[in-house]
Design a protein around this ligand. Structure first.
Ligand SMILES: CC(C)(COP(=O)(O)OP(=O)(O)OC[C@H]1O[C@@H](n2cnc3c(N)ncnc32)[C@H](O)[C@@H]1OP(=O)(O)O)[C@@H](O)C(=O)NCCC(=O)NCCS
Length: 262
């Protein structure tokens, strides 16, 4: 059964169960849009799902709001993947591949691919049973000072297009371009081992399934396909998928009050 706006289960815990009971076949990619400004109660409950290494990393954050955002996004990630694997959130098995890409530690005949990103008080987790994927989000902010200096990381054509824009127009285009580039390297798993200026993404409006050829230090030439994601007016978001195939992309809002219901 595929979900459309008309037959979506009304509450989130039922939706999580439904997604888990109906594996992500037929090219479905499900994305959760997750607010990270959670209450102390939610934080405490979510933290119980984390493992020792996650708690240790949480303890290293200097600022409390950074710690809160980390615990909240990892708790949501465990809740989503646990529902799909039908195991408790604390029992989701992870491994790292490439240059640190986290993966669900599952037999290869039953893959469950995911990618996660956060920016300020927002996070997104995208899941697919069919293809490795990468997601990236960035909340808009003024592109000036040291942030504008990072334009040397873009490919020549991308940088020239950005330099032609006024400062006011730049923020949206800069972060659209940036999230597209990051989504590509996150899908591939090589992370920043691929030089960002060695491949080009579209700078203007993005159609669905635009092919991007990654070079640099990836395993030979690799192609990923980019899809636009709409998560609200204040942020850029992009999704990249490794390999061919048609995908339908669903975005669901995360509701913390439902996350702890069984
Ligand atoms: C780690 C990286 C993959 C993305 O980092 P980011 O955009 O800063 O942060 P995001 O929240 O979007 O992504 C982090 C998540 O990516 C995942 N991730 C980490 N390494 C990854 C890799 N090699 N491949 C794919 N995903 C990876 C993890 O799920 C991580 O979540 P965690 O923080 O809870 O562990 C990497 O590309 C990076 O460090 N980028 C730097 C970005 C930068 O310089 N931005 C400045 C200008 S806007």
């Amino acid at each position: 059964m595929l979900f459309t706006a008309g037959n979506l289960p009304r509450d989130m815990s039922r939706l999580l169960e439904a997604v888990g009971a109906h594996p992500l076949r037929d090219g479905r990619i499900v994305c959760w849009s997750i607010p990270l400004d959670v209450s102390a109660d939610v934080l405490e409950a979510g933290e119980r799902w984390l493992d020792d290494s996650e708690r240790e990393r949480a303890g290293r954050y200097h600022f409390e709001h950074h710690r809160r955002r980390f615990v909240a996004r990892r708790a949501a990630r465990r809740r989503i993947l646990g529902s799909l694997l039908q195991v408790p959130p604390e029992a989701v098995p992870f491994r790292e591949v490439g240059s640190g890409k986290p993966e669900v530690d599952q037999p290869s005949e039953e893959p469950l691919h995911f990618s996660a990103s956060h920016s300020e008080e927002h996070a997104v987790v995208a899941v697919s049973a069919q293809a490795p994927l990468g997601v990236d989000i960035e909340v808009y902010r003024m592109v000036e000072g040291s942030l504008w200096e990072v334009r040397h990381l873009f490919a020549d054509t991308e940088r020239s297009a950005l330099e032609r824009l006024s400062e006011r127009e730049r923020a949206r285009v800069f972060f659209d371009c940036w999230t597209r580039k990051e989504a590509c390297v996150k899908a591939d798993g090589a992370g920043l081992q691929i030089d960002l200026d060695t491949y080009e993404v579209p700078v203007g409006p993005l159609g669905a399934g635009v092919s991007v050829e990654l070079s640099g230090r990836t395993q030979g030439q690799r192609s990923v396909r980019l899809f636009p994601l709409t998560l609200g007016d204040e942020m850029s978001a992009a999704l990249a998928v490794v390999g061919p195939g048609d995908f339908s992309i669903e975005v669901h809002p995360w509701d913390w009050s439902e996350a702890f219901r069984h």
